[in-house]
Design a protein around this ligand. Structure first.
Ligand code: SF4
Length: 345
């Protein structure tokens, strides 16, 4: 699919959206079959102190601010042990950029998680954290990734991508790494045998053309490396964010935009097998509609979620697999538990 075709599809605002959704659903059926998958996972955010001030973030705190926290090693280990008791197969951890953190801090977190939950897959950090750790420790990003891998990192989060267009990044997250650095670190991870997810955050101040530039970058990386496990569209949660309060963003994507983001992604990203719906961002009902418009994966059970909640989302903490099964059966599909790398559990 050309960029021009995708721009045209994203702009449809009449009954033809159902044709686009149906095409994406057919494509999904050919690629992944009549199943809906999910992963049993738990989020563990180690700290919300952050030196950055991204405009879309309702999670971060400055040192001394009410509600700030930094978990101790014991707390991290205990939370990991609790996750293991809940039979999770994945622990997901992304945190704020703590002013005192360096590369060793990030590898320590991974080591501690593994102490609490040996054999559980650690899905951690993102290119921004890798760049930050490298800068703080005076080493290369490849060295940080290698150290994380040796500590037990299973896969890297493909977050901090937001929109991979620098003019948009300057508005929504001026302190974050630029597009070319995000691409370089993701490719570095893939080259080192560390798979990553791919994400987009949409529904704020980006244009349709910006979304396609972003998808085009992801498709081209995947052609080179085959390192993306899935694509996760993240609908902007606006309520508690400085970006929305300052009038720099619209109040999130509409239902039409959520539907088309899933459908067009399935059609455009011909080299990424799995398209996830984020029930945390859109709610379970809209997530189910996404599963009928090209998506095959419901993401994680979560157990504990604080990033979307900080931005104002509700009901983000836990989605019971029994409810996931109800959602899947209702659209004639079966629910399968998977691990982080999409192997059946
Ligand atoms: S999005 Fe991440 S880097 Fe940006 S302010 Fe929030 S915690 Fe910090």
């Amino acid at each position: 699919m050309s960029d021009e075709d995708a721009i045209m599809l994203f702009s449809v605002n009449d009954r033809r959206i159902w044709q686009i959704a149906a095409s994406a659903d057919e494509k999904r059926e050919k690629v992944t079959g009549p199943v809906v998958t999910f992963v049993r996972n738990q989020n563990i955010n180690v700290t919300n102190y952050c030196i950055n001030s991204c405009g879309f973030c309702g999670f971060s705190k400055k040192e001394g601010e009410a509600g700030g926290y930094l978990s101790s090693r014991d707390e991290i280990r205990n939370k990991a042990a609790l996750a293991r008791q809940r039979n999770v197969t994945e622990i997901c951890t992304v945190s704020g950029l703590h002013p005192d953190f360096d590369a060793e801090s990030y590898t320590d977190i991974i080591t501690t998680l593994r102490e609490g939950a040996p054999r559980v897959h650690i899905h951690a950090s993102n290119p921004m954290e890798v760049a930050y750790a490298a800068r703080k420790s005076g080493i290369t990003t490849a060295e940080v990734l290698q150290q994380m891998k040796e500590a037990g990192l299973g896969s890297l989060c493909g977050t901090a991508a937001e929109i991979l267009v620098d003019d948009v990044r300057k508005v929504i997250c001026p302190g974050k790494i630029p597009t070319d650095e995000w691409i370089r670190i993701i490719k570095e991870a893939h080259t080192l045998g560390i798979p990553t997810t791919a994400t987009i955050m949409y529904g704020h101040c980006e244009t349709v053309k910006d979304r396609i530039s972003h998808l085009s970058i992801l498709r081209s990386i995947q052609d080179d490396t085959r390192g993306f496990t899935e694509f996760v569209p993240l609908s902007f949660v606006h309520m508690n964010t400085p970006l929305f309060r300052k009038g720099l963003a619209r109040p999130g994507a509409t239902g039409r935009e959520d539907l088309l983001m899933t459908a067009v992604s399935r059609l455009y990203l011909d080299n990424i097998d799995h398209i996830q719906v984020s029930w945390v961002k859109t709610g379970v009902k809209m997530a189910q509609i996404g599963l009928m418009a090209g998506a095959d994966d419901l993401g994680g059970t979560m157990y504990e979620e604080s990033i979307s909640k900080g931005a104002g989302a509700v009901n983000t903490d836990y989605l019971d697999p029994a409810e996931m099964e109800r959602v899947a059966l209702d659209i004639g599909r079966t629910l399968h538990e998977r691990d982080t790398l999409y192997r059946v559990v």
